[in-house]
Design a protein around this ligand. Structure first.
Ligand SMILES: NC(=O)c1ccc[n+]([C@@H]2O[C@H](COP(=O)([O-])OP(=O)(O)OC[C@H]3O[C@@H](n4cnc5c(N)ncnc54)[C@H](OP(=O)(O)O)[C@@H]3O)[C@@H](O)[C@H]2O)c1
Length: 148
């Protein structure tokens, strides 16, 4: 991979995983190797990356892509019968999906999230999380308390 990068055939080189129990190993690699990005799992329901990996990547200038931002859809089931809180409008969220995604992408270490969907309607909804006001640290904790 390093050779391909030196040859200009790839621009960025990174490592990925999708489970919290692998994040210590991912952190070791970020400390010992030169990587441009990591792709890891992070969501309201799985906040383990906040302890070490996200601050480490931020301090080293390593880009961070987030997989499983909805915990594979499980988070939608947790809020199925609940109305969106009225204050979601303060950060320009019209849906639970946007609230969940803004929590993820507003972490200062996060570069982008890659939510999965099989439905164009949900893709359009998720794109809404790229627009409008983003939560500050206090608003992030308010979102987190919704699933506590
Ligand atoms: N590198 C790695 O090791 C790795 C590992 C795992 C995943 N990934 C990648 O990470 C991405 C995310 O993966 P993920 O599948 O774990 O899941 P996810 O994004 O956490 O959740 C996807 C689920 O959320 C539902 N959903 C999405 N948008 C919605 C919305 N607006 N409203 C209601 N439901 C919504 C989808 O259902 P519908 O289809 O009905 O919308 C689907 O069931 C994927 O691109 C995947 O390829 C990478």
């Amino acid at each position: 991979m390093r050779q391909l990068k030196e040859q200009g055939r790839i621009r960025y080189l990174g490592i990925t995983h999708y489970r919290e129990d692998a994040q210590d190993t991912v952190a070791q690699i970020v400390r010992s190797e030169r990587v441009d990005f990591v792709q890891i799992n992070y969501s309201l329901a799985e906040r383990g990356a906040e302890r070490t990996l996200l601050p480490l990547c931020q301090s080293r200038g390593v880009a961070v892509l987030i997989n499983r931002p909805f915990q594979d859809g499980r988070m939608f089931r947790a809020v199925r019968d609940r109305p969106l809180p009225a204050w979601a409008g303060e950060i320009d969220c019209n849906s639970w999906g946007q609230l969940f995604l803004k929590f993820v992408v507003s972490h200062p270490a996060v570069t982008a999230a890659i939510p999965a969907t099989s439905k164009p309607k949900n893709m359009a909804d998720n794109l809404g999380a790229a627009l409008g006001r983003m939560p500050d640290a206090g608003q992030r904790e308010r979102i987190a308390a919704l699933l506590a």
